[in-house]
Ligand binder design. Sequence first.
Ligand code: NAD
Ligand code: UDP
Length: 312
Amino acid sequence: MKRILVSGGAGFIGSCLCTRLINEGHHVICLDNLFTGSLENINHLFSNQRFEFVDHDVTLPYNTEVDEIYNLACPASPIHYQYDAIKTIKTSVLGAINMLTLAWQQNAKILQASTSEVYGDPMVHPQPESYWGNVNPVGFRSCYDEGKRCAETLFMDYYRQKSVRIKIIRIFNTYGPRMLPNDGRVVSNLIIQALQNHDITLYGTGEQTRSFQYVDDLIEGMMRMMDTDDDFIGPVNIGNPKEFSIRELADKVIQLTDSQSKIVFKPLPHDDPKQRQPDIALAIEKLKWKPKVELDEGLVYMIDYFKHNFLK
Ligand code: NAD
Ligand code: UDP
């Protein structure tokens, strides 16, 4: 049994990761300030003696005995990370410093949940890890994109200067149960709208693309990365390479929910990336990992979850 700290553990991905780690017999310390996470997400874990919740902000130092750290604390939905941009960048940068300091003091392994946003609006398609990206440093998304890029830099510098045992993964658009209905990202928005027969909001023309990964595939990839030898640090892309336009996603959601909703077009947010698709050759080689759940199947699980939890 390891002592594993998950920062951002009450969020969408964090709560799925805590659940899996508890099921595998570990002691889990979930550190979260509940900005976008919720106690509902981890309610089922409180009865377990091996689960601890700590209401803590990662921009402040934290100390405990620990073997591994997954650093996930950071709002991830554009509406939430732009709500208080200064706080978002502090969370990425100070949070990375505080979690890296803890890893250094404890000689713990630490994994950074980085993002496909480090590629910005990519000029190389699909995106391999070797691509440095096309990121606006002064736009509305910069608090998130540049915060995450700076966190990657900090991870590399703690590795080179202090021999901290780091791992970096770049996560591509992930969806699944435990996303909150007010999360604001596209999959949850569209499903909630379709289930209520409300208008489906497509930003821009809907021709922009994303590659959607089901959360269980991500958790598997993340844990495989943590288990690699210390000499493999990444960064490594974790995503599903099947690419869809947002219009295609909307059509699928309408069909799977048998919805009467109409599609309405809204302005495209600033700096919205036109395309995104991971090159996962490195993950296949080093982690022996590939996503298993395709979009149609994952959408059915998520529609079912939303129906039973929010629209009873
Ligand atoms: P989420 O918003 O559901 O979870 C983030 C969690 O971090 C929340 O529980 C929130 O309360 C917590 N948090 C935020 N600021 C904090 C702070 N200062 N101190 C302590 N806790 C704080 O988002 P998610 O989708 O679960 O994303 C988790 C991580 O994965 C994030 O770091 C995100 O950048 C990364 N990621 C997610 C995706 C995706 O598609 N879901 C893609 C790329 C990267
Ligand atoms: N989007 C949309 N309607 C929505 C929410 C999002 O058309 O209700 C679009 C958004 O403009 C973007 C894509 O869907 O092109 C993915 O958006 P999301 O916020 O989920 O993630 P990100 O832009 O960070 O990849």
